[in-house]
Design a protein around this ligand. Structure first.
Ligand SMILES: Cc1ncc(COP(=O)(O)O)c(C=O)c1O
Length: 418
């Protein structure tokens, strides 16, 4: 196992020592000191040949496991045909992919992009244009309501409406046009909507905030408010969607259908960035040639991979697997509550775990867990997030949970705690 030098922390400031392992890599991450050489299914093998169970799944981008054979085969097949045309020309892959994805979402149209943040940016642009062209909001006055604790990506506009100082500070001036209200608070949402509101943008379950599941009336109430007030409901399902929670989309747990889906991460099958805005024609139809674009968005390779992912989700097998294994994972995790764990949340194969702060930071805990060959990621403070690939087996979950328990038992007490 390769280790970074001591003193290379998350908050390295200008002049701090460089990471000795990756001195030429911009230090915007503080990785667990495991260097992947190969990966297959739910396992990553490091450069020293040690195998680690991947319990993060690249933040849900590896839902189908590393190098799923069907997705790799689709990519290899497409590599031998055509990979990139730009949207200046048509490819024979794009329309079939968009038709399949639109159908999965129960919508008419797809705007293909690449990264999650691009899908969010595109969704914001579409909502604003819809507000001006369809709703009749005065030019330049459109607002979008977002939630506290949100995480939608890293662009300047997106960090403008974040309330995470780490994500936001130092990157101003900030983009106006956003109103933030507490997540889960319908009264606050109601009060924030006015005649210039074009959209409510929410993660149905907040991943980065620690897999925070809203109260049961929240998403149905949001749907009702948006319909009553003529506002688009945009669901950012970039992390929560495509099987992770035991349903195709997390909103299904509450029987809710948003106006716009934002998708990414797992849509790229763990191979490449593929994202999308999915909506009906009365929303996405506001875009006309020249008004939005991306050189790589919807490229034939991405479309072939994305289409395979959509096909894989068609019969519900992955979703059922996530639900069943998720029940097992959560049952195991609940046993730890009161024994080093304060609370556990989540849906399907997705869990946020609040550790007893006396056990140290979430990052410290992940480091100790990685020494037992289980890879996970902290979010904020003492909260961990687990999102193993959906190919993980019940016995692998048990294996990881046994190591989790051992790590809890051995975690050093670093502070007084009552
Ligand atoms: C809910 C959500 N939206 C958007 C993004 C941004 O995606 P990307 O990192 O691909 O830009 C993320 C990434 O974690 C996310 O969790």
């Amino acid at each position: 196992m390769t280790r970074t030098s001591p003193g290379t922390g998350t908050h390295a400031s200008a002049g701090a020592p460089l990471d000795v392992v990756e001195p030429h890599v911009a230090q915007n991450y503080s990785p667990i000191p495991v260097t992947a050489a190969t990966a297959e299914g739910a396992w990553i093998t490091d450069i020293d040949g040690r195998r680690h169970l991947d319990c993060l799944g690249a933040y849900s981008a590896v839902n189908f496991g590393h190098r799923h054979p069907r997705i790799v085969a689709a990519a290899l097949d497409q590599l031998a045909r055509v990979t990139l045309t730009s949207r200046a020309f048509r490819s024979d892959r794009l329309e079939p992919f968009c038709a399949a994805l639109a159908s999965l979402c129960g919508k008419d149209m797809v705007l293909p992009m690449n990264t999650g943040a691009e899908a969010v940016e595109s969704g914001i642009k579409v909502a604003r244009k819809w507000g001006y062209d369809v709703k009749g909001v005065p030019d330049g006055r459109a607002t979008i309501v977002v939630a506290s604790g949100n995480f939608h990506g890293r662009t300047t506009t997106i960090v403008s409406f974040s309330d995470d100082p780490e994500a936001r500070a130092g990157f101003g001036p900030y983009t106006p046009g956003f109103v933030r209200v507490p997540f889960g608070d319908l009264a606050a949402l109601d009060a924030a909507i006015d005649e210039n509101t074009v959209a409510v943008l929410l993660e149905p379950v907040q991943g980065e905030a620690g897999v925070v599941v809203p109260p049961d009336d929240y998403l149905p109430g949001t749907r009702a408010l948006c319909s009553e007030r003529g506002v688009l409901f945009i669901a950012d399902e970039i992390q929560s969607g495509l099987g992770r929670t035991g349903r195709t989309f997390a909103v299904e747990h509450w029987g809710v259908e948003p106006d716009v889906y934002l998708l990414g991460k797992a849509l790229g099958g763990g191979l490449l960035p593929v994202s999308a805005v999915v909506a009906d024609h009365d929303v996405l139809g506001v875009l006309h040639p020249g008004q939005h674009g991306s050189t790589f968005g919807g490229n034939p390779l991405a479309a072939a991979v994305g289409h395979t992912v959509v096909d894989m989700l068609a019969d519900g097998t992955w979703q059922r697997r996530a639900a069943e294994l998720g029940d097992h994972l959560h049952a195991r995790l609940r046993d730890f509550v009161g024994n080093g764990v304060v609370a556990v949340r989540g849906l399907g194969l997705w869990a946020g775990i609040d550790l007893d702060p006396a056990l140290g930071t979430g990052k410290d805990f992940c480091l100790r867990l990685s020494e037992r060959n289980v890879l996970a990621k902290d979010t904020h403070g003492s909260t961990l997030r687990l999102a193993p690939p959906l190919v993980v087996t019940e016995s692998e979950i048990d294996w990881a949970m046994d190591r989790f328990a051992a790590t809890l038992r051995q975690a050093p007490v670093t502070a007084d705690h009552d």
